[in-house]
Design a binder for this molecule. Structure first.
Ligand code: NAP
Ligand code: F7E
Length: 437
């Protein structure tokens, strides 16, 4: 019964469903995955015509999966037209393993590779990444946590709030993570949510570990059990290098974390590597150096400085209290950096990448430039206050982004410079305070 009308072809993971359908000229389709969840072929049609799998053919009985609930009519047309023609009751497609056993269902949109789930959507990077993915045509699901004073101000600032499907999620609650995956059925997950302020991690180490480490395990577990072909981005950090062993720092530089934040992110880094190696999940660490913007949180030093400059310039304040002015950071622009997150998940193999400008500046340099932009001399306004010192400091960070340059074609030399970044942030904060006069 299977020998007739046999259509053989291999569906490559990057192929669009429309191409697959054109190749088969079929009415129904089931996708076949390997043990690690990767798509390796298809079985076509409600009549159980069989597709070959990398030259091998299936021997087992598969007819039981092709019941009429998953049968639908499809033309050889563009995706949007296909979608319109699918009967309403069909929401997903059966997925079978190499033995022909049903192991789950995939949403149609998932197979077209267009759904992305971003945790930490209310944060700086979440907002810029959502803007970037929307422009690429993705359906974006943004996960936010319940707070008493919920704000989507960054999404409103970028005028994208209405374009995002918002899902409640707390990274520390495994079922909410699982549920978010179920609702969004993503082909890519960007795990950006975190307790991200280093200073706070010294006062709230357990909370930091819970969110950043256990939270990461929760996302990876949910992917492993419910959606193993979903690609995963982990927001790793230059803080892993801490007391640096090498200058500049690259993907091979040993880690020496210097705060509970960095330690929590170190475990999350290794969880990501381990799920890649143990379960074949397409999981990448982006080791991003500091990146800032006009929507950076006010507690981080760059925004604290630019807001301070604006407050002094507009007569609202007379001094700015800072901690260690000698700390050196490799600062880039957040909007440039989110592109690299996406590039990592489009790369042929899951790997880890350093993203940095390759240049470093002291906090003093930043303050000097920011005050200068407003026509002020920082030495007259900046006061050093030891309460902003950290118990253990990261003195010097400077990244070597050569691997990202070569393999992802992400080139910091074509991105926003340090001087442009400082200017942009000062101008924005001045405008905000002037408008708020
Ligand atoms: P951010 O502005 O502080 O945003 C953090 C996000 O995480 C916020 O949306 C926050 O929600 C959310 N969040 C915190 N706890 C959560 C929980 N328990 N459940 C769900 N969501 C939670 O940070 P960012 O600068 O955008 O950074 C994004 C990621 O990159 C973070 O993981 C950070 O550690 C990492 N990273 C940042 C940099 C950088 O320079 N920006 C560099 C390297 C790595 P609320 O709005 O409710 O607080
Ligand atoms: O501190 C010094 C401070 O808080 C930068 C996070 O996004 O980037 C960020 O972590 C430097 C430190 O960022 C003040 O001691 C001086 O040396 O802006 P920050 P961070 O700690 O580098 C990494 C890559 C992340 O992953 C994190 O999530 O500035 N500093 N005076 C000060 N810092 C603050 N916040 N406030 C001061 O008054």
């Amino acid at each position: 019964m299977y020998k007739e009308n046999l259509n053989k072809f291999i569906l490559n993971q990057d192929q669009k469903i429309s191409e697959a359908l054109q190749a088969t000229n079929m009415l129904g389709i089931a996708f076949v995955t390997a043990d690690n969840g990767k798509l390796i072929g298809v079985i076509t049609d409600g009549d159980i015509r069989r597709a070959g799998l990398r030259g091998r053919s299936l021997d087992s009985e598969v007819s039981h999966i092709m019941n009429k609930d998953f049968f639908y009519a499809i033309d050889e047309t563009e995706d949007a037209d296909i979608l319109k023609k699918i009967p309403k009751r069909v929401h997903c497609i059966p997925v079978v393993d190499c033995e022909g056993l049903l192991i789950g269902y995939k949403f149609f949109s998932e197979l077209t590779g267009k759904n992305a789930l971003i945790t930490g959507i209310t944060g700086q990077d979440g907002a810029y990444l959502a803007e970037f993915l929307l422009a690429k045509g993705y359906t974006v699901y943004g996960a936010y946590r319940r707070t008493s004073n919920l704000t989507f101000s960054r999404l409103e600032y970028l005028e994208i709030k209405d374009k995002i499907n918002l899902i409640p999620l707390d990274l520390t609650d495994p079922w909410s993570v699982y549920n978010a995956l179920k609702i969004s059925s993503p082909s890519e997950v960007y795990n950006l949510a975190a307790q991200s302020f280093v200073q706070t991690s010294f006062n709230q180490p357990q909370l930091t570990l819970n969110i950043n480490t256990i939270g990461t395990a929760n996302v990876l577990e949910a992917i492993r059990y419910s959606s193993p072909s979903t690609k995963y981005y982990q927001a790793s950090t230059s803080e892993l290098y801490g007391k640096v062993h090498e200058i500049p720092q690259n993907e091979k530089t040993p880690f020496y974390p210097r705060s509970p934040y960095a330690i929590s992110k170190l475990a999350a880094y290794w969880l990501t590597v381990n799920y890649r190696e143990a379960y074949g999940i397409f999981a990448c660490n982006g080791i991003l150096f500091n990146h800032e913007s006009p929507i950076r949180g006010y507690e981080f030093v760059t925004r604290k400085i630019t807001q301070g400059v604006a407050a002094i310039k507009t007569g609202r304040d007379t001094e700015l209290h800072l901690g260690n002015l000698d700390a050196k950071r490799d600062w880039g622009y957040a909007k440039d950096y989110v592109e690299s997150m996406w590039l990592m998940l489009q790369h042929g193999e899951p790997e880890d990448f350093v993203i940095a400008t390759g240049k470093t500046h002291t906090v003093r340099d930043f303050a000097e430039k920011a005050f200068e932009k407003a026509g002020l001399d920082y030495r007259e306004y900046v006061k050093v206050d030891e309460k902003f010192y950290r118990p253990t400091e990261v003195d010097l960070l400077i990244g070597d982004p050569s691997k990202a340059k070569n393999k992802l074609e992400w080139n910091p030399d074509q991105k926003t410079t340090f001087a442009e970044l400082v200017d942009m942030m000062v101008v924005n904060d001045l405008k905000l305070l002037e408008n708020n006069a």
